[in-house]
Design a protein around this ligand. Structure first.
Ligand code: HEM
Length: 747
């Protein structure tokens, strides 16, 4: 039985969990009640109206052995089958159409009752079930995962008091301040109207035209041009609620709040060339990465935190705290980490779960409220509205969207209504006093409007702090490490190179002078714009913490779920191969054997007749280095001689080198590495010593005892395994890039 069907058929287990009384179990049991097991041996094909069929492969026809005659209209089974197929598709999401989802659990380790009455944020004994969907924004449902784009980070908490949705992104700010601009920013970013080009990317005239014309977007486009928009994995990015919300406590006192999720695996990204290639080589890379990690029991985890500002302090900042184009620097408002989000179960079926899940920022539980953030206010209208056209009136009844607490009201009928409500009235008030609204005294689960004083002119106006658009764009750029700054420069140069209207790239280079003159000059030179001579405004020089990814790394080095390719051919060194496989597995990494063919490969001294050998996971053409985090080449004179004559093998190593990945080699394997990247300034081991040169770890003569199973990953480690695995844990070797090595090899 497949893993997937085991999950589906574990109904008894799921019901047991529900009997445990946990809230987590409630959602699982609720879904189990509408889940069928396709692999149950008792199953037989039926029509949708339940009649068992004996042949669903041939349309009923008037035929003989010699002549195929007309198909008959009376074949209702056939018409039903085609008819259901014809209507399988629903409209894709108007934005964030491409995504992947999973189930999980939210736990709280510190109560926030000082700020809120919401059970999900105050009851530390709860395990709240969640469903999370990650996404790209601009591309269609069938577009690639690794494009340069913002990533959606949407979490549905099935709480005891109703559903709470945080519909966030992996970037803490947004392009616009007022929801009314959303159709414009999305039209400008999506494929252009005349030819529907390009798909899933911002590298085109209209996107950048919009950015220039909307100075409020300046901060966000800097994030969008940074490494944040090419994440290595959904599991390795932060999540932000972006908008400002309010928490209200039992005294009715309000605090402004921003929500944060910080990944245990650290924040990591691709390099651009890698992301570009993967978009063609493996468009489902992120989707598979998430599924495989959960399937293998390496559950992605995020620390959940809040930034809280008392209502009275609203005006104490130089920016408006209701402006979604601004972040709250951690120096000014520290994040309090109070909980953990873990994803621990894959979906059973993509369509009914990941596709039909529907989020809405208006889904809040008592104790969590709207602020006057004008982007949030409009969003809460938009999501409800869009679900009506995407999923229909009864979208909240779909199993994935149903709350785990009771639902009762007078919203009735509509297409596809499931619930059967018994009773003779469907309005309030009614003569039976049935289904009345609750009284506030009944408990904190009852939604009560929080009275807030509002004054102002009726006008199409934003307050004056909303009109400052550059300080945080500078703050972000100043806070980047040198490689991150170089990546932003290169990203802007790539994007503006795709804009063929000079007005667009000239103006954008002018706009960049409002952030940093040197950045503007470097980009202008690369894209052929006039080189700006004067800063649009002085750079204030300030920085803030935790904006650079380099500061967001795991406390202890880890290579959990890192994919490591081991290149071998006949005659490989079995001691090195087996040793590295064991060490990687012990560290929960995923070793993959790659060889010129997928039939068994024999170690040095092992004969074909012995019938053993290693069956590779892939051949050299089936995969590319882009799909792995590191490449290891064990010794073995014949194996390495074969690989050195193979251009594809050489390209594997060279490309991984240029993509800044850790490389490891022992024995003769060092020669293949040298063929690929022996540049002036690179060092390689020549005897028993371990050489770590820009993350390329080599040992020309290696003792069997060097391949110990449990690695002590550490910088400058003397042992081969310790040094090599430590380099994998660092994700990329940016010193290699700063020395200019990648640009010296052909990849
Ligand atoms: C803070 C800024 C915003 C963030 C963080 C954000 C985030 C998201 C995310 C994560 C999704 C995908 C949800 C899923 O996985 O199903 C989404 C979808 C969507 N967003 Fe936003 N969004 C923002 C602004 C807006 C605005 C201003 C509007 C409209 C005024 C809007 C309208 C939509 C719509 C219509 C969808 C499609 C929903 C669906 O079909 O299920 N968003 N957004």
């Amino acid at each position: 039985m497949s893993k997937a069907s085991e999950v589906i058929s574990s109904g008894a287990e799921k019901l047991q969990q529900s009997l445990n009384g946990s809230l987590e179990g409630k959602k699982v049991a609720q879904l189990a009640s509408v889940t069928k097991d396709y692999h149950d041996p008792k199953n037989r094909i039926t029509t949708d109206y339940g009649v068992v069929q004996s042949n669903t492969d041939e349309w009923l026809k008037v035929s003989t052995d010699d002549h195929t005659g007309p198909s008959l209209l009376e074949d209702h089974m056939a018409r039903e089958k085609i008819n259901r197929f014809d209507h399988e598709r629903i409209p894709e999401r108007v934005v964030h159409a491409r995504g992947a989802g999973a189930f999980g659990t939210f736990t709280l380790h510190k109560s926030l009752e000082e700020y809120t009455t919401a059970g999900v944020l105050t009851d530390t004994s709860r395990r709240t079930p969640v469903f999370q969907r990650f996404s790209t924004v601009l591309g269609s449902r069938g577009s690639a995962d690794t494009v340069r784009d913002v990533r959606g980070f949407a979490v549905k908490f099935y709480t005891d008091e109703g559903n709470w949705d945080i519909v966030g992104n992996n970037i803490p700010v947004f392009f616009i301040q007022d929801a009314l601009k959303f159709p414009d920013v999305i039209h400008a970013g999506k494929p252009e109207p005349h030819n529907e080009v390009p798909q899933a990317q911002s590298a085109h005239n209209n996107f950048w035209d919009f950015q220039y014309l909307h100075t409020e977007a300046t901060h966000m486009f800097m994030w969008q041009q940074s490494d944040r928009s090419i994440p290595r994995s959904y599991r390795m990015m932060e999540g932000f609620g972006v908008n400002t919300f309010k928490l209200v406590n039992k005294e009715g006192k309000a605090h402004f709040v921003k929500f944060h999720f910080r990944p245990h695996l650290g924040v990591h990204s691709f390099v651009w060339d890698e992301a570009l290639k993967l978009a063609g080589q493996d468009p489902d890379f992120h989707r598979k990465d998430l599924y495989d990690a959960i399937d293998s029991g390496c559950f992605p985890k995020w620390d959940f935190g809040v930034q809280v500002v008392p209502e009275a302090d609203e005006q104490k900042f130089e920016f408006d705290i209701l402006d979604a184009t601004k972040l709250w620097p951690e120096e000014e408002v520290p994040i309090q980490f109070v909980g953990q989000l873990e994803l621990n179960r894959n979906v059973d079926e993509y369509f009914t779960q990941t596709e039909q899940v529907a989020f809405c920022t208006g889904h809040m539980v008592p104790g969590i409220h709207h602020s006057d953030d004008p982007l949030l206010q409009g969003r809460s209208f938009s999501y409800q509205d869009t679900q009506l056209s995407r999923l229909g009136t009864n979208w909240q009844e779909l199993p994935i969207n149903r709350p785990v607490c009771p639902v009762m009201n007078n919203n009735r009928d509509g297409k596809g209504r499931h619930t059967i409500t018994k009773g003779t009235v469907n309005y309030w008030p009614n003569r039976f006093d049935s289904a009345p609204p609750a009284k506030p005294e009944e408990g904190p689960h009852v939604a009560v409007d929080y009275p807030a004083k509002v004054e102002g002119m009726k006008a199409r106006l934003r307050s004056k702090k909303f009109r400052e658009h550059y300080n945080q764009a500078q703050l972000f750029f100043n806070s980047m490490s040198p490689p991150e700054k170089a990546h932003i420069t290169a990203a802007l140069a790539f994007e503006l190179d795709h804009c063929d209207d000079p007005v667009v790239y000239e103006r954008m280079c002018e706009r960049l002078t409002d952030i940093d003159l040197e950045l503007a000059q470097n980009v202008a030179e690369l894209v052929g714009a006039s080189i700006p001579q004067k800063a649009g405004r002085p750079n204030h020089g300030k920085t803030a913490k935790n904006l650079s990814q380099t500061e967001l790394q795991p406390k202890n080095p880890t290579i959990e779920t890192r994919r490591v390719a081991i290149l071998i051919a006949d005659g490989y060194d079995a001691v090195a191969y087996n040793g590295i496989v064991a060490a990687l597995k012990a560290a929960k990494a995923l070793p993959f054997t790659i060889a010129p063919r997928r039939t068994p490969i024999y170690a040095a001294g092992e004969s074909k007749e012995s019938g053993k050998g290693v069956k590779p996971d892939h051949n050299l053409e089936g995969m590319r280095s882009t799909m792995f985090d590191s490449v290891f080449v064990p010794g073995g004179a014949d194996s390495v001689a074969t690989l050195r004559k193979n251009g594809r093998a050489l390209h594997w190593v060279r490309e991984a080198f240029a993509h800044l990945k850790a490389l490891g080699a022992t024995g003769e394997g060092v020669e293949l590495i040298k063929d690929a990247c022996a540049l002036p300034g690179m060092d390689f081991s020549t005897s028993g010593e371990i050489t770590d040169s820009y993350g390329v770890v080599t040992a020309a003569k290696v003792q069997p005892q060097s391949f110990k199973e449990t690695a002590q990953m550490a910088k400058g480690a003397k042992d081969f395994v310790d040094a090599y695995l430590w380099n994998i844990s660092q994700h990329k070797n940016f010193d290699r890039e700063m020395e200019g090595f990648p640009m010296m090899v052909a990849f």
